[in-house]
Ligand binder design. Structure first.
Ligand code: NDP
Length: 694
């Protein structure tokens, strides 16, 4: 079935693995309209929806389905989902146009969302173990004999991840929160914003139709759902995106304040873009700065949480920046219905939103702003049939640039006009620029455009504490940068203070926000059992079969081998020095080596010891071990002098079968000892081993 919300009258919800619509639409149903034409598209209502049952379904059925999958299996599903949605992008684009989004806007929302799935699909397999528990840090030894140790582990939170989303990114906003939650093993309940929730519904419908997701791992509540928080407790989390006032209301809910619901938010943010004093007109930095400013005003019609609201420029350059930005807008911006040829900027999401932006601009004007470019009048736009005119029911607003006599005016740093509106203000010196940026009270992102490393260092270190992300723009990045306004899944998206204090993205950090960190204390054997990773001091199995002869079907954590001692002679050290060219004095000059406080005299090269270690542990015949792809955590501890001997112990520490290959990764704990049983070196040897030896 490929039907979408715009074919039906009421935008359905998907709860308890079934599509649901209210029996009767009532006066409380909200109307949703095409942003460019005002045409009625659908009704939205949650009247009669059993929110508590949906939450309980996630906590039970949803959790069961996800708990049966490892991080790698979940990551693979995210990749499959991304590929599936990629194949249906065109359908989503068509629906997206109704929200006022141009093709570029839809690309940011739809392809950007699919890109997040791909990124987590890949990062999950590269950076997480193929299990359900993540170890945080190294073990702490808590008893003298090593029999009692402690370690931190992350496990999935036992509740649901509820996302309450804004209207501006109906697809990306849902997927950027869904991907880390899914990877963490936490079922999601999506509550999109009403004006554009029909696009989210279409994307969720496709995700369900893909058949890729386990039961209960994704539910959708289309509509107001004002009772959502009433049914949540400390097991659950809410990730909110929207206005600061709603965020404040929700985070003061009893179940958050007293019940311990985890609540993170991403709210309005008066993001700054700072032009360095060196970036005068004619420099590549000035051009890149103006281009970025206009892009952020016009993409999504400026309805981006990351848009530039305050352009902070050297006082003498305010007029130049306004003139250059105005010229670029005049030359490039064609406002209209995104379905018409040549339109480069679409409508706001709804007429209510347009009116909201107008009143925010009025508040800015009342607070001391002057319109330097543009106007609040209803603009003439291109309609779908190519004609031009003013559409009374279209949510259009043309770009507006404001200037201020007082760069410290309160409204400038507190009122967010969530549309194509930016203020250009002047600073005295870079310290002043930092101070003005900080008046935003905490923001998602700031750009610093300068080619002077000292200016960049001073400004970035000055503003970093007020921001979640800082984007440095100069001639080297002007073409390659992903842009001021585009959060990337690898890096933090969120910001302190007014920006909400959350951190939605940030690679695997975002996954861990959906997990509980717990300190586990116990014996090495018990920590090994809990984490699936062998811990020093846990049992080892020295059976007759060398572990290199075991494929993944037979190899077990703790399988080990121990070598005999091998003596290191001065001739060995000299020969190694000559053949490698590493004639560092500690290996060749007795007098100089003795004068070194760390060495008793000439000592063996660390790399000689590693090479000998390999010679001591290897089982040379062809077998299931395919390759050695590196070492980790290498430390040389006790020097080895001529006449000393070394031996190696090798233990299977971590086994990671690869989901899509015929082999997996095995990390071996390697320890070199000397003849006095002192530890000479410790390291992990990384190998690829066949799953099944033919
Ligand atoms: P809101 O804060 O009103 O709505 C955001 C989301 O919260 C919507 O899904 C909304 O649902 C939901 N919501 C509102 N009240 C409750 C409640 N009591 N319980 C549960 N859910 C609730 O923001 P808007 O979308 O109206 O946007 C208003 C302003 O917010 C914008 O003008 C802009 O300034 C800012 N904004 C900031 C964004 C950011 O990313 N930082 C993004 C978008 C907006 P419903 O739609 O059903 O009311």
């Amino acid at each position: 079935m490929t039907s979408t919300a715009i074919d039906v009258q009421v935008v359905p919800s998907f709860v308890q693995d079934e599509w649901w619509t209210p029996e009767n639409t009532s006066a409380s149903s909200a109307e949703v309209r095409d942003a460019s034409t005002g045409e009625l598209l659908a009704l939205v209502s949650t009247d009669g929806l059993d929110t508590a049952a949906a939450i309980e379904y996630g906590r039970t059925v949803g959790h069961r389905g996800l708990a049966g999958l490892t991080f790698h299996q979940r990551a693979l599903k995210l990749k499959e989902l991304a590929q599936y949605l990629n194949g249906r992008r065109k359908e989503l684009y068509e629906i997206s146009a109704r929200t006022g989004a141009t093709k570029i806007d839809s690309l940011v929302d739809i392809d950007g969302g699919i890109g997040v799935l791909f990124t987590f699909g890949s990062k999950g397999r590269r950076e997480l173990p193929n299990s359900t528990v993540v170890i945080d840090g190294t073990p702490e030894v808590l008893s003298k004999d090593g029999s009692f140790i402690g370690e931190h582990v992350y496990t999935s939170i036992p509740g649901v991840a509820v996302q309450i989303n804004a209207f501006n990114f109906p697809v990306w906003g849902m997927l950027e929160k869904f991907a880390p939650a899914f990877l963490a093993g936490v079922p999601t309940i999506v509550k999109p914003a009403t004006p554009t929730g029909y696009l989210t519904e279409a994307a969720v419908r496709m995700m369900i139709e893909s058949g890729i997701l386990p039961a209960g791992s994704l539910q959708l509540i289309s509509g107001s759902a004002r009772d959502l928080l009433d049914h949540l407790d400390y097991r659950d989390m809410v990730s909110f995106t929207g206005s600061a006032s709603t965020a404040n209301k929700l985070k003061n809910h009893t179940n958050v304040v007293e019940g311990g619901v985890r609540f993170t938010s991403e709210t309005d943010s008066l993001n700054a873009s700072i032009l360095g004093p060196d970036a005068v007109p004619g420099t590549p930095e000035f051009d890149a700065y103006v281009k970025s400013l206009v892009t952020e005003m016009t993409v999504k019609a400026g309805q981006k949480c990351t848009s530039i609201r305050r352009a902070i420029v050297p006082k003498a350059l305010v007029d130049d920046v306004v003139a250059a930005a105005a010229k670029r807008i005049e030359e490039r911006v064609v406002l209209g219905d995104p379905r018409a040829e040549g339109v480069t900027m679409g409508a706001l999401a709804s007429v209510e939103q347009r009116d909201g932006v107008r009143s925010s601009v009025q508040a800015l004007l009342d607070g001391g702003a002057k319109i330097a470019f543009g106007s609040l009048d209803a603009p003439e736009t291109v309609q779908a049939d190519g004609s031009r005119g003013v559409v009374a029911d279209g949510a259009f607003l043309a770009p507006i640039l404001l200037t201020w006599d007082n760069p410290e005016a309160e409204a400038l740093h507190s009122v967010e006009a969530f549309g194509p509106v930016s203020s250009v203000i002047g600073y005295e010196d870079t310290a002043d620029a930092v101070r003005l940026a900080a008046l935003g009270g905490g923001s998602l992102v700031a750009t610093v455009a300068s080619n002077d490393p000292e200016t960049v260092r001073e400004v970035v270190t000055g503003i970093a504490g007020h921001h979640g992300r800082v984007h440095v723009l100069n001639r080297e990045t002007a073409r390659s940068s992903t842009g001021h306004g585009s959060p990337v899944p690898h890096l933090v998206h969120g910001g302190p203070g007014r920006a909400g204090g959350g951190e939605e993205l940030g690679g695997i950090r975002a996954v861990k926000h959906h997990m509980q960190r717990t300190a586990i204390q116990g014996s090495p054997n018990m920590l090994t059992a809990i984490t699936g990773v062998w811990h020093t001091g846990a049992d080892q199995n020295f059976d007759e079969t060398h572990p290199f002869r075991k494929d993944l079907a037979t190899l077990k954590i703790g399988d080990a081998m121990a070598s005999e001692l091998r003596e290191v002679t001065l001739e060995d050290i000299t020969a190694f020095a000559n053949s490698t060219g590493d004639t560092f004095y500690a290996h060749t000059n007795q007098e100089a080596a003795e004068a070194n406080p760390f060495f008793p005299g000439i000592v063996a090269h660390g790399y000689l010891l590693l090479s000998w270690g390999a010679g001591l542990f290897v089982e040379p015949a062809p077998g299931p071990v395919l390759a050695n792809y590196g070492l980790e955590n290498l430390r040389f501890i006790t020097p080895v002098a001529a006449g000393d001997s070394i031996r190696v112990t090798l233990t299977a520490k971590k086994i990671t079968p690869r989901e899509t290959d015929e082999y997996g990764e095995v990390a071996w704990d390697a320890v070199l000892h000397n003849q006095n049983d002192e530890i000479v070196a410790t390291y992990d040897v990384l190998t690829l081993v066949e799953k099944q030896r033919a």
